[in-house]
Design a protein around this ligand. Structure first.
Ligand code: NAP
Length: 363
C-alpha cells in the first residue's frame, strides 16, 4: 500500500546567492511537522532574521539521505541557504523538485566543481557512510578537500556516525568514554571508528570545531515500525537478527535535528556525542507496540502480519549482536537537548498521528 505522510507543497521563491544567478528554492515543502516541530524546542534558535539573510549561514550536506533531507528542510524553514549531494540522477531530480540545490556526487571520485561549491559554505554535515575495507570515501581525497577548505568560510563540521562503534557490550550502559577499539570489532565498526578519527583529524587541521554524532537506530516518518507494518513488509535478515538484541538504541529524526541545531547554536569543546533516546528496547517490543497502535486505528489489519513478523526471542540460538544500552547524558548536559521523543512509544504515536488523514483503511 501507498503510505503518505502530510507533506504540504510550497511555493517557490527566488533566492539570491552572491556571485551566482538567482536560484529558486521552495520552503515548507515535504515538511513533516512532529508535534510540536523540533524547531519549537527549548533552544532559542532564530538565525532567519539576521545572519542567514546576509548570507553568512550556508549549509552543505554531503549525502542528502534520510537525515540530510529532514535537516535540510528545517534549515530552509529558518532561511538558511542549503546545498547538498546525492548519488543518482533520479534522486537529484526529486530533491530539486522539492526545491534544493543538489549536486550528483560520488565521494569515490569527487568532482572539483562540487568541492568548489562546498567551499562557499559555512557549515558542513557529512552523512556518507564508510565502506568496509576502503574507509570513508571522501577522506580518501582529504588533501583535495583540504586545499578547497583551508582559509575558507567553513566554521562548523559534523560527521554522522553510529553507536555500532561500541560493538557488543553485554548489555552494559555505555557512554562516549567507553573504550572503543579500532582493531577489534566488526569490519563495519572498525570502518566507522576510522572515519570518526579521520574527520576529527581533518577538522582540527582546518582549525574547526568538529562534532561526531553517534546515532542510534534512526526512525521517523516513512522509516519506522509503523511504516513496515502498514507496508506489510517482512523483516529483512538483518532486521531479524537485530531482533535478538536485548537492547537496541534508537532516536527519532526530530531529535537528531534538534541535537544538530543545538550543536550549531551552542559552541562546545566536546566533540563526541551519543544521539539516542532514553529507552533502549528490543526491536520485537517496538514492533508489538506498533502493531497495537495500528490495530487500534485499523482493527483487523495486523492479524495476518503478526504471524510472520513475530520473532522468537531466543538468545541462545543467535549471537546477541551489538547488545548495549547507550547513554545520552552528555547530549542532554552539553547540548541542552530535551528529547521530543524520549521513548519509541511517543515517537510511534506521533508518526501514526501525522499519517495523511485521507488514508482510511490500509491494505
Ligand atoms: N539508518 C540508521 O538507523 C543509522 C543508524 C546510525 C547511523 N547511521 C548513519 O548515519 C548517517 C545518516 O543516516 P541516514 O539514514 O540518513 O543515511 P542514508 O539515508 O543512507 O543517507 C546516506 C547518504 O550518503 C550518500 N552516499 C552513500 N554513498 C555515497 C558515496 N560513495 N558518495 C557520495 N554519497 C554517498 C547517499 O546518497 P543517495 O541519497 O544517492 O543514496 C545518501 O544521500 C549514515 O552515515 C548512516 O550510515 C544510520
Amino acid at each position: 500500500m501507498e503510505i503518505s505522510h502530510r507533506y504540504p507543497a510550497a511555493p517557490l521563491r527566488p533566492i539570491n546567492v552572491p556571485g551566482r544567478c538567482s536560484a529558486y528554492m521552495s520552503v515548507n515543502f515535504n515538511n513533516y511537522k512532529a508535534s510540536p516541530s523540533s524547531t519549537n524546542t527549548n533552544l532559542q534558535y532564530d538565525v532567519a532574521s539576521s545572519e542567514s539573510q546576509s548570507f553568512k549561514n550556508r549549509f552543505f550536506i554531503l549525502g542528502m539521505g534520510y537525515v540530510g533531507k529532514f535537516f535540510a528542510q528545517e534549515l530552509l524553514n529558518k532561511e538558511w541557504i542549503v546545498s547538498g549531494t546525492c548519488t543518482s540522477n533520479a534522486k537529484k531530480l526529486k530533491l530539486e523538485e522539492m526545491g534544493f540545490n543538489v549536486h550528483k556526487f560520488n565521494a569515490n571520485e569527487p568532482e572539483l566543481e562540487v568541492l568548489d561549491d562546498l567551499s562557499h559554505h559555512t557549515h558542513l554535515l557529512v552523512s556518507v557512510p564508510p565502506v568496509e575495507g576502503i574507509g570513508d570515501p571522501l577522506l580518501q581525497h582529504d588533501e583535495l578537500l583540504k586545499r578547497r577548505l583551508v582559509d575558507g568560510n567553513l566554521r562548523w563540521l559534523c560527521y554522522l556516525s553510529s553507536t555500532s562503534v561500541y560493538g557488543n557490550c553485554g548489555g552494559a550502559w555505555v557512554d562516549e568514554d567507553y573504550p572503543v577499539s579500532s582493531t577489534s570489532g566488526s569490519a563495519k565498526a572498525k570502518a566507522r571508528l576510522a572515519a570518526e578519527e579521520g574527520w576529527l583529524q581533518f577538522g582540527s587541521q582546518l582549525g574547526l570545531e568538529t562534532k561526531i554524532f553517534r546515532l542510534g537506530g534512526i526512525y521517523g516518518p516513512g522509516r519506522s515500525a509503523i511504516d513496515t507494518i502498514l507496508k506489510q513488509k517482512q523483516l529483512s535478515e538483518v532486521q531479524r537478527l537485530r531482533s535478538f538484541s536485548r537492547y537496541t538504541s534508537r532516536v527519532h529524526i526530530s531529535d537528531i535535528c534538534q541535537a544538530l541545531h543545538a550543536s550549531i547554536q551552542k559552541p562546545s569543546t566536546v566533540s563526541i556525542f551519543n544521539i539516542v533516546d532514553d529507552d533502549p528496547t528490543p526491536r520485537e517490543e517496538v514492533f508489538m507496540y506498533g502493531q497495537s497502535l495500528v490495530e487500534k486505528k485499523w482493527p483487523g489489519h495486523t492479524r495476518q502480519l503478526a504471524s510472520h513478523e513475530r520473532v522468537e526471542l531466543s538468545y541462545s540460538k543467535v549471537n546477541v549482536r551489538g547488545d548495549k544500552r547507550v547513554s545520552n547524558a552528555r547530549m542532554k548536559k552539553e547540548l541542552g537537548v530535551q528529547l521530543q521523543h524520549p521513548s519509541y512509544r511517543s515517537g510511534l504515536q506521533s508518526i501514526l498521528e501525522h499519517l495523511d488523514p485521507s488514508m482510511n483503511t490500509p491494505g
